[in-house]
Design a binder for this molecule. Structure first.
Ligand code: PIT
Length: 456
């Protein structure tokens, strides 16, 4: 049986009372649909951003489903993380990671323009997020500086998947959607695909470097006229100090003909965006890697769950190491290249051990190490001093609060209810020496994740 595990498996959906779990703090902002509040998770003191979506405002339930399923399927350092979904009679609540640094929009406004070196660092992050989405055939459709948030002083996260859409191969769209300044000519004409995001990103880059949009007019209709023609200039005095490389990149993004417009990976290969990726070493010692490698599947699944529910400020180095290892910039590491890179970095270690370590990280055996798989592998010994994190992960498995985890809990998280593969999950328990039918208590769970006495 193929065991599919992604961080989406651990995004729980429940009908608990939001106030029992989260303490509402400040209002962050109001979007087209819903309001975002900063809240504190009572058990762990984690600060989260929670989007309140009134059910009464949901005219198109399938669109909301789109937003949620897109968010849940994403696992990338530059895309906002969703942790949990709660629903009550009035609202739907999306519990997401906190972005402390505010919108890119305000950052540009406060600084008027952004220096080229910094703009390149930030724009590369934006393009990494877009390249990841496009590699999954997801179009965001509302790229603009308001939808890019700083999670810290230098890291951007793409937010608002309200009109994002996962496309079938060769599918095109015809709904006019987005924000006028950033809308592509083809979206206005009503026949478009993922390349519309590249146009919007080109507009963002233009604005970052000069402080005003390339297609500007007093009314939306006038803006649309200019966009359709696609003429823009670098004549303002702001452009005098800007390099030809930066201008060349913009020229290759703001091309009306979508066949000639750069793709996300071409943008990332452009000379203006080279040599910006710091080389950060993998943050794990050899003994810790060995503990992970020799752990049974159950323990690795538990670690993955903890990684799924942890804010990345808890593992800044692991995040940077992931980005520096992502050499093809797809947001997903091939086990091959990861094995090679780790062998270079740990030249004193046995290459076979490193290979086994990477295979152990690839929980779902798909030949790739996704962001959260990587974090789980690098988690060793850093998280477990925080007992609340372990309790939080336990409750993801033990949804009804029965005080123990049984094979059926794994099945519920990994499969649609109609499938019957219980023996598979029982086997995972057995291999972890949990044959006791009473299930795994919190105490035992703690012992397993901290590797006290397991590792068979
Ligand atoms: C904030 C602060 C923060 C996160 C967000 C907003 C997230 C907003 C968001 C909205 C969406 C969506 C994903 C994320 O699909 O930390 O002001 O509609």
């Amino acid at each position: 049986m193929v065991f599919s595990i992604t961080r989406g498996n651990f995004v729980t959906h429940s009908t608990k009372k939001l106030e029992d779990k989260y303490l509402k703090q400040t209002k962050l902002g109001e979007g087209a649909v819903g309001t975002v509040f900063l809240s504190k998770h009572k058990e762990t003191n984690d600060i989260r951003a929670i989007k309140y979506i009134p059910k009464s405002s949901i005219k198109h339930p399938e669109r909301l489903k789109n937003e949620v399923s897109t968010l849940v399927s994403c696992d990338h350092p530059h895309i906002i993380k969703i942790f949990e979904i709660i629903e009550d009679r009035k609202n739907l609540y999306l519990i997401m990671e906190q972005c402390k640094g505010g919108e890119l929009f305000d950052y540009i406004l406060n600084n008027k323009t952004i220096q080229e070196a910094e703009a390149a660092m930030l724009f590369r992050q934006i393009m990494l997020a877009i390249n990841y989405l496009h590699s999954k055939n997801i179009v965001h459709r509302d790229l603009k500086p308001e939808n890019l948030m700083f999670s810290d002083g230098k890291t951007l996260k793409l937010i608002d998947f309200g009109i994002a859409k996962a496309l079938k191969p060769n599918e095109t769209m015809s709904t006019r959607a987005g924000t006028p300044f950033y809308m592509s000519p083809e979206i206005l004409k009503g026949f478009y695909n993922i390349s519309t995001d590249i146009w919007s990103a080109g507009v963002i880059l233009y604005i970052m470097l000069c402080g005003y949009p390339p297609f500007y007019a007093e009314s939306d209709a006038e803006v649309f006229k200019k966009v359709l023609i696609g003429n823009f200039s670098f004549r303002g005095h702001e452009w005098r100090q800007v390099s030809n490389r930066a201008k060349d990149l913009i020229r290759n993004m703001l091309i009306v003909n979508t066949d000639l417009r750069f793709t996300a990976s071409q943008v990332l290969e452009h000379p203006w965006l080279q040599n910006l990726n710091p080389s950060v070493p993998f943050p794990l010692s050899a003994p810790d890697a060995t503990t992970f490698t020799t752990s049974n599947l159950l323990r690795r699944v538990f670690l993955f769950c903890i990684a799924s529910h942890t804010s990345e400020e808890s593992f800044p180095q692991a995040k940077e190491a992931f980005l520096s290892l992502d050499q093809d910039m797809t947001g997903c590491l091939s086990i091959f290249s990861l094995q090679e890179n780790l062998a270079l970095q740990f030249s004193n270690e046995n290459p076979d051990d490193l290979k086994k370590f990477v295979l152990a990280m690839d929980l779902n055996n798909n030949g790739k190490v996704e962001y959260t798989e990587f974090i789980a592998g690098a988690l060793e010994n850093t998280m477990f001093s925080k007992q609340e994190k372990v309790v939080q992960a336990f409750s993801v498995f033990d949804k009804q609060g029965k005080g123990k985890i049984v094979p059926e809990d794994l099945q519920r998280l990994f499969e649609k209810p109609n499938k019957k593969n219980l023996p598979f999950y029982q086997k995972i328990f057995k291999e972890a020496n949990c044959i006791n039918n009473a299930g795994i208590s919190l105490e035992e769970f703690f012992a397993i994740v901290t590797a006290n006495g397991v590792g068979s």
